[in-house]
Design a protein around this ligand. Structure first.
Ligand SMILES: [Zn+2]
Length: 121
């Protein structure tokens, strides 16, 4: 662990993480708008579409909904990270209160727990 990891995040670093998270939030909001059309209920019109293309359409809709769910999950994580910035809790492990190493935050600024508490890597 480097010396930097033992120090609190500077205002500049916090501003950088906030900018990154805010950009991610905006991207997610954009994607939500773009993909809105893909999630419209599938028209089960026997006349205009055959059975196979209906199955294709249903499959595409299922994939679009899964992608939407992933975006929603990420949105929640990004919003939680921004709230931690507002609350001055950002960069501190939500479980043990220790500083989360910068390297870990740089990989994913929405990470809320340290390596030890995450326990899975
Ligand atoms: Zn921890």
């Amino acid at each position: 662990m480097g010396v930097m990891d033992d120090q609190d995040l500077s205002p500049e670093e916090l501003a950088r993480y906030r900018a990154g998270l805010t950009a991610r939030l905006a991207d997610l909001a954009d994607l939500e708008t773009i993909t809105e059309a893909n999630r419209q209920p599938v028209e089960l019109d026997q006349q205009s579409v055959g059975r196979l293309s209906r199955m294709d359409a249903l499959q595409q809709q299922a994939m679009a909904m899964a992608a939407q769910q992933r975006r929603r999950n990420e949105l929640v994580k990004v919003q939680a990270a921004l709230k931690r910035l507002d609350d001055d809790d950002f960069g501190l492990c939500a479980a043990c209160g220790e500083l989360i190493p910068r390297k870990r935050l740089d990989i994913d600024a929405t990470i809320a727990v340290c390596v030890a508490c995450a326990g899975d890597r």
